[in-house]
Design a protein around this ligand. Structure first.
Ligand SMILES: C[S@@+](CC[C@H](N)C(=O)[O-])C[C@H]1O[C@@H](n2cnc3c(N)ncnc32)[C@H](O)[C@@H]1O
Length: 439
């Protein structure tokens, strides 16, 4: 047996015994707009290329698809795309097959039992690869990344993640404790799970290992316990290591999925109060270096979860605050794909009846702070539900919604309407609720 085969034999049994995630077959992520956003190819594509991609006929791979819950999300979030799922564990793939059949997914789906390191033996190339909660289980993540790179189309994008060594430091210590007791030599048996539970229950509550690693759900949740205390092959890295893996595989880092929650400036009461040398030092760093500083100060994220692609595929465009009016006139506005829902439509229709603030949070929470907009703008957003709109069309619509100033009754001029619409669009693009495409 080669070294790789023996590594795969170490990982496989735990997922054959308990395919991940153990979500019930009938559960669907269709209403979970946040989870769907994390599986939408159009989101990182816009982040890098400033263009909106149509997913019809694209090829999407779920590398290490497990029991298929993420495949289901990929199918819902990327209409018309072809899906391929690959996993080491045949038992996980059986569940994935049942799940996809249960939900009668319209997308063509192909499942293959093989290590993702052998992806190039399959007859596909991909526009998007989702590799969630898998990379840290590989013998060498750089080899897995290189295998994915070899089947990624020129303008394709990969979403991949690794466990954070800094956030999970207590779990790695407790895993060593179980290893010393021989609990991690084989895939954890039901007896070992029981022994773990009994041992943790017997610990005093003030013991650091218990305080930091024992969650009440582990009293009943076998998979949660296993994936934290008794996880074979689990490794953690820092943002600096993650970035080095991507570089070794010749990928260009795009950003983290939850980049809005990784803003270094947010960690300071007032960034303006920083000593000048520190502020300058930070300003000269790359994005990845700044993210590493963030985790050193505030390691709250379990995963370092990022997008990357082949180098040089991105498109630069000036900050939208600086766009000349002539560019705005040629801009097309798209709604975030996961906002095109019956609930959002109903919310807009309700919001349009009142003068007040319309909040996006109930429909898609992607910002730390709640994002609101003047509810009169609901009419313009409503138009985006049926098709993308040009800025001039939205300006005309706004003039119809607000023909006069509400206090002075002065007519709304085209110039005034344009300025108002532009301000709304700048705010909503920054918050991630719309996408702006320019020629
Ligand atoms: C924690 S689960 C994640 C499943 C799925 N990606 C999700 O997030 O719901 C890890 C999965 O990766 C698979 N896996 C681990 N190493 C692999 C490898 N080298 N090649 C293919 N699959 C692998 C395991 O069998 C398991 O199903």
């Amino acid at each position: 047996m080669t070294q790789s085969q023996s590594h795969w034999e170490k990982i496989r049994p735990q997922f054959d015994a308990l395919p991940y995630p153990d979500e019930p077959l009938d559960k669907t992520p269709s209403q979970d707009t946040y989870f769907l956003t994390q599986h939408t190819y159009a989101i990182p594509y816009y982040l890098r290329n400033c263009q909106v991609v149509d997913t019809t006929d694209k090829w999407i791979l779920d590398a290490g698809c497990g029991s298929g819950f993420s495949l289901l999300a990929l199918a819902i979030a990327n209409p018309g795309a072809n899906l391929v799922g690959v996993d080491l564990s045949s038992k996980s793939l059986e569940v994935a097959q049942q799940r996809l059949e249960y939900h009668q997914i319209p997308n063509p789906v192909y499942l293959h039992c093989l290590p993702l390191e052998a992806l190039s033996t399959l007859p596909y190339h991909f526009d998007y690869i989702n590799c969630d909660d898998v990379l840290y289980l590989l013998e060498d993540p750089a080899v897995g990344l290189a295998a994915m790179r070899s089947v990624l189309n020129a303008d394709g994008i990969i979403r991949a993640n690794m466990h954070s060594a800094l956030q999970r430091v207590d779990y790695y210590r407790v895993q060593k404790f179980w290893a010393k007791l021989g609990c991690l030599e084989e895939s954890p048996s039901p007896e070992e799970i029981t022994v773990t539970r009994q041992t943790m229950t017997a610990l005093n509550d003030w013991v650091i290992a218990k305080r930091q690693t024992w969650q009440p759900v582990f009293d009943t949740d076998d998979q949660g316990l296993m994936m934290n205390h008794l996880f074979r092959g689990d490794t953690g890295v820092t943002m600096a290591d993650f970035s080095a893996f991507l570089q070794r595989a010749e990928f260009e880092f795009i950003n983290l999925l939850e980049w809005r929650q990784w803003n270094l400036a947010d960690l300071f009461k007032n960034i303006e109060d920083l000593p000048i040398a520190v502020a300058l030092g930070i300003a000269e760093m790359t994005l990845e270096e700044q993210l590493h500083l963030f985790e050193l100060l505030h390691p709250i994220h379990r995963l370092l979860d990022g997008y990357c692609g082949h180098p040089g595929q991105g498109r630069d465009r000036p900050p939208i605050e600086d766009w000349p009016d002539s560019l705005w006139q040629q801009t097309t506005v798209y709604l975030h794909p996961q906002l095109n829902t019956a609930a959002f439509k109903a919310g807009l229709e309700e919001g349009a009846k009142t003068l007040g603030l319309f909040s996006f949070d109930p429909y898609l929470k992607i910002n730390e702070q709640p994002i609101t907009v003047d509810s009169s703008f609901a009419s313009c957003l409503h138009a985006l539900l049926s098709k993308p709109q040009t800025v001039p069309d939205l300006v005309k619509r706004w003039q119809q919604v607000r023909p006069v100033h509400l206090i002075t009754l002065a007519p709304t001029t085209p110039e005034r309407a344009f300025q108002t619409v532009r301000n709304f669009l700048v705010g909503l693009e920054g918050a991630g609720y719309i996408m702006l495409e320019t020629p």
